[in-house]
Design a protein around this ligand. Structure first.
Ligand SMILES: C[S@@+](CC[C@H](N)C(=O)[O-])C[C@H]1O[C@@H](n2cnc3c(N)ncnc32)[C@H](O)[C@@H]1O
Length: 213
């Protein structure tokens, strides 16, 4: 459930860091400012942190560098292998947004970068309910992910990708489950979170959702 992209991530793992460094022209704009974004997200995280979709541990390493306790969850075995090599100090478990080991650590923040869009709408709603259960009172969900301001924004990004000959990106934008701003706002608000959004580049947004008492 929600992990249909795992084979793709196993294959992508060894060249993933190359892509996020801007060496893949097709995804350069998506990951524009990647290191700064992760730095921002790491700085906002509150320890103990639970991180979903760790990938190659680029965000994990920044949080560990800030002496935070990080529990990482990652469904791809290849991504986990690289993450463990790059960040042996972190505890990284097999799992996904909906199924993960139940640990007793009280969680103050839940973070994720470029992963929440792998869930369908109903899976996102289920995951947000679980975040609410998992977080301590006043805990925070802090994500960075591609999302669409509205339908016109989505169509403009697809058109732009096609015009640039970035056909894989154009296909991703149509087939993956990138959310719309209003839709995500409603999902978090319905679960009692106070949510805010900040655009970071043409694709990526910072999403902050604070749980009540
Ligand atoms: C684009 S990568 C992002 C990796 C890293 N967070 C970063 O910012 O570079 C997406 C990651 O999400 C993981 N993933 C895919 N489906 C997932 C799911 N349902 N739950 C949690 N993680 C998932 C993938 O295996 C992959 O490592």
């Amino acid at each position: 459930m929600g992990v249909e992209f795992v084979d793709l991530f196993n294959q992508w793992a060894s060249s993933y860091d190359d892509t996020v460094s801007g060496n893949d022209p097709e995804y350069k704009e998506v990951f524009e400012g990647y290191e700064d974004m992760l730095e921002l997200l790491a700085g906002l995280s509150i320890s103990p942190v639970m991180e979903f979709g760790v990938g190659t541990a680029n965000l994990t390493r920044k949080m560990i560098g800030q002496n935070k306790v990080v529990i990482g969850i990652e469904p791809s075995s290849e991504m986990r292998r690289i993450a463990n090599l790059k960040c042996p100090e972190a505890a990284i478990y097999d799992g996904d947004f909906l199924n993960y080991p139940q640990l007793i650590t009280p969680i103050q923040s839940i973070v994720s970068s470029f992963a929440f869009h792998h869930l369908t709408t109903s899976e996102k709603i289920e995951a947000i309910q679980k975040f609410d259960d998992k977080l301590e009172s006043k805990g925070k969900v802090i994500f960075i992910d591609t999302l669409f301001k509205d339908e016109a924004h989505k169509q403009a990004l697809i058109k732009n990708a096609e015009k640039s000959g970035h056909l894989n990106l154009a296909q991703d934008l149509q087939e993956e489950y990138y959310g719309y701003l209003d839709e995500l706002k409603e999902m978090f608000s319905n679960q009692g979170f106070e949510v805010s959004f900040k655009q970071i580049n043409n694709y990526a947004w910072l999403i902050q959702a604070k749980k009540g008492e």
